[in-house]
Design a protein around this ligand. Structure first.
Ligand SMILES: Nc1ncnc2c1ncn2[C@@H]1O[C@H](COP(=O)(O)OP(=O)(O)OP(=O)(O)O)[C@@H](O)[C@H]1O
Length: 242
């Protein structure tokens, strides 16, 4: 897809972000002056030891949690200066989420799960249904649209979660250990889909993982170390992936 003028502006920008949590009488600093710019079209992997602050970073970018100091901008809008209601709307409209535990709603069918983000945005039933069907076809689950999630394997459930996260074509996809509950082969298939769909939609994906091998397919590899982000190019850059 051709780049547009808005591509030059970061999709996400962190400026000297600090995040601390109170722990009894003391304060625990998880992020210590972290800066970062993410752009559309980037497939980014975030590594780091357990407890290093990866999920915290995702929660700050999505506005679920707030920085102690510093600024976080999404599409140029400063999350810290927005009312909670606007942060919720921004999250709903501009971000897709994938979690380790799939998080599908068990009482809804596969198709209803994928329709949900569109319905929350007020799209018509016909539009939501058509888009959900299209995405389910693309993740290879068109025939399972009327099944309930507990009838699907873990890999199938995560493919539904990928379809749901991307249903409203968000520019930003945040994934927290999306293959953590899957075997290597199934995890690889889910990642293929995730990567294909986000690259096709010229979105930015930020993927938290414990698997260093995932860096092979990334454009950028970030590692959380002592409250700061250390960066190196990913394997995809070397292969010339845009
Ligand atoms: N709401 C909270 N209140 C207090 N401490 C918190 C809170 N959320 C996170 N922390 C602490 O911040 C640190 C970073 O947690 P975080 O979940 O971001 O790490 P992580 O890198 O995602 O770890 P993992 O790989 O194990 O999921 C941890 O020490 C955690 O205990």
């Amino acid at each position: 897809m051709p780049s547009s003028p808005s591509d030059s502006r970061p999709l996400v920008e962190l400026r000297a972000v600090t995040k601390s949590y109170a722990e009894g009488d003391s304060v625990r600093e998880v992020l210590s002056g972290t800066s970062l710019a993410l752009h559309r079209g980037e497939f980014v992997v975030l590594l780091g030891r357990s407890g290093s602050g990866k999920s915290t970073l995702l929660n700050l970018i999505s506005g679920i949690d707030q920085a102690t100091h510093g600024e976080i901008l999404v599409e140029g809008r400063d999350l810290g200066r927005m009312p909670e209601r606007d942060r919720t709307l921004l999250r709903r409209e501009r971000i897709g989420f994938i979690f380790q535990a799939f998080n599908l709603l068990p009482t809804l069918t596969v198709e209803e799960n994928v329709r949900l983000p569109l319905e929350l945005l007020g799209r018509s039933s016909a539009e939501a249904s058509a888009r959900a069907r299209e995405l389910l076809e693309r993740v290879g689950l068109g025939a399972r649209a009327n099944s309930f999630p507990d009838r699907l394997s873990g890999g199938e459930q995560q493919r539904v979660a990928v379809a749901r996260a991307l249903a409203h074509a968000p520019p930003l996809l945040l994934a927290d250990e999306p293959t953590g509950n899957l075997d290597e082969e199934t995890g690889g298939q889910v990642l293929d889909l995730l990567e294909g769909l986000t690259r096709q939609g010229h979105a930015c994906a930020l993927i938290v993982t414990h698997e260093p091998a995932m860096a092979e397919r990334a454009d950028r590899v970030l590692t959380m170390e002592n409250g700061r982000l250390v960066e190196r190019p990913g394997g995809a850059r070397g292969r010339g992936t845009p």
